[in-house]
Each structure stands twice: as structure tokens, then as C-alpha cells.
Design a protein around this ligand. Sequence first.
Ligand code: NAD
Length: 355
Amino acid sequence: MHTKILITGGAGFVGSSLALAWKQEFPETHIEVLDNLKRRGSELNLPRLQESGILFRHGDIRNLEDLEAVGDMELLIECSAEPSVLAGYGGASAYVVNTNLMGTVNCLELARKHQADVVFLSTSRVYPLKSIGQLEYEEAPTRLALSSNNSFPGVSSQGFSEQFPLEGARSLYGATKLASELLLTEYIEMYGLRAVINRCGVLTGPWQMGKVDQGVIVLWMARHFFQKPLSYIGYGGTGKQVRDLLHVADLYDLLKIQCEQLDQHNGVVYNVGGGLEGSLSLQELTTHCERITGHHISIDSQPETRHGDIPYYVSDCQKIREATGWRPQRSVEMTLQEIADWIAEQALVLENILT
Ligand SMILES: NC(=O)c1ccc[n+]([C@@H]2O[C@H](COP(=O)([O-])OP(=O)(O)OC[C@H]3O[C@@H](n4cnc5c(N)ncnc54)[C@H](O)[C@@H]3O)[C@@H](O)[C@H]2O)c1
């Protein structure tokens, strides 16, 4: 196993969760995290990281100098990002492009210099918006479902596989991630790096600083907990849009397997998510949140669909399952309950951030 790890974006939700889980299971591992603390709430993770013996470096992946100040490493897990699919709409593209693309290239340069292995967290948002939107969906009582009439590559009752065609626009967020995947593939070929690419669906769990444009599961639970209003936005405003969700601890379990057998996964792209079993619509999420918190809040309806939105995404995880035997172990119910318990425990600090 790797004994020196750098996690960029390591004060964020995924980065800090991975760092803490890794350190707990492998206390001898030297872990450094680098983060510019742009995401509101990431600062709350700093004492948790410090208490676990994880070194925090304040730095920005857009500056190669910040990265070069980090010592030697054997593994780089790239978790820093502007993770909002709305980034750039109606404004400048600079931050999302400079961080998610140029910053990633800086991370690859650092990995090249140290011949470190790379885990790249890509996204289901690399799949084009129009193609997903133009598929046929059926309207069940609480959610949309993929129609069996769709005969489109990479689409089945199990969701979207890696075979889904990549032609078409996908948001700057998705495009910068896809461009980074392509560059990473070149670094593998040209410089002999070893790396794996995981296209993740919705990731969630405690310590996610959910907001309207990213981290919606936590936001939904928090708004129920604090009894603040919400809106069903887009697709007629009925809350039937569907996503699959994956507990970040299940992602950790997978990365551990991949890092142990990196030669086998080198250069391979996997769709990673909760799958059909781990999927839910916003309406169904509301029902869970009401049951868990006992609160019924006002949810208004905004029929108009936002830029960059899609009606449905479920990760077809057959490829990663066959390659590793990995399956998520945390159910939707368990994951939501854990989130609610965390919000209740940390209510005082979270109220201003999550509402
Ligand atoms: N959360 C999800 O649902 C999800 C789904 C698919 C992929 N991902 C990917 O997983 C990774 C982690 O996402 P997350 O949910 O933890 O997001 P997050 O916003 O919680 O964490 C990202 C961290 O990166 C930091 N950061 C932003 N710009 C930076 C920069 N220029 N230099 C250094 N640090 C910077 C932020 O301060 C933040 O702490 C991202 O690459 C994201 O694209 C997340």
C-alpha cells in the first residue's frame, strides 16, 4: 500500500472523508492535504484533520509553486474542484477552467515529477446534456424511469454505462473534467504514470457542505431539519428527477481496492455510483427527510428547468463490479440517517452554512 499520500482539495467533503478514513485504517501512512478553502465550510474539517495527524497545507492547485512545496509522495488523490455544474453560466469561466483543468494539469506535473500514482475523481457530468435529455422517460407516481424503448448505446434499465456516447456539450464543469481525463490518459502513455479514473454520480455523507448547486442531498436534509423552505426546480416542478447516491465511505472502500491493484486498473475509466438500488427522486428524498426529521416543510414548484440540469442519471456499475467485486454497502436509508444525525450533532455551526 502507498505510505505517502497527497490529497488535493483535501479539506473538502470527499478529500477530507478519504483522508480521515485512510488514516484511521492505516495510521502509519503520511497524509498531507492541500486546499485553498474556497468552499464554505471546508474550514470546519481542519481541526478534524489535525487531530488525526493529517498535515494541512493552505495552497492552490492553480499555482504549481504551492504544489511543489509539498514533499515527496507515492499517491496523489485529486479531489479539488469547482464542483458546481452551474459554474460559468451567466458569468466568467476562469475559476472553473483554471482549477478543474489547468490546476489538474499542475497536479499531473507534480505526479510526474514524483512518479506518483494518481486517483482522479471525475464525474457522471462528462456525459452530454442533450443526449441524456432526449432519451425517453416514463413517469411513475414518484419518479421518472428510463423507458425500455430507448435503444441508445450505454443505456439500459440499470442506467448509464461507460459506453454512453460523449459527443455534445456537457457544462464547463463536465468539460473540464473530461479534458482532464484525456490529459491524464496522455500522462499515463507518455510518462508512465499509473492512474485510475472514476466517473462518480452523486456522492454524499456527513460533513458535506450541501448547497443548492452541489450537495443537494445534505441540503435537502438540512432544510427539513432547520425547517426552511425548498423548491422542486425544473422538469415541471414535480420533484421526479432521479439521481443515484453513493456514501463517501463506499467510495473509500473502492479506492482502497483500486490502489491495491493499480496495474489492473491503470488507465481504466469506471462509472461509480449507488446504481439503481441507490437511486431516488427528489420527491422520494422528501419522504425520507420527513420520516427522519418528523418535519414537513414548504416545497414550492419552479417548473422551468435550470441550465445544465438533467432529468435522470443512474450509474450502471457493472464494469467496476466485475473488475473488483465492489458493491456499495450503505443503503439510501442508512446514508440519510447518518447525515441527519450529523446535522443534529453539529446544528449550531451548520445552521448558517447549510440553510
Ligand atoms: N460530491 C459529489 O457529488 C461529486 C460527484 C462527482 C465527482 N465529484 C468530484 O469529487 C471531487 C471532490 O468534490 P467534493 O464534493 O469534495 O467538493 P468540495 O467542494 O467539498 O471539495 C473540493 C475542495 O477543493 C477546494 N478547492 C477548490 N478550488 C481549489 C483550488 N484552486 N486549489 C485548491 N483547492 C481548491 C475547495 O476549497 C474544497 O475544499 C471533485 O473533483 C468533484 O468534481 C464530486
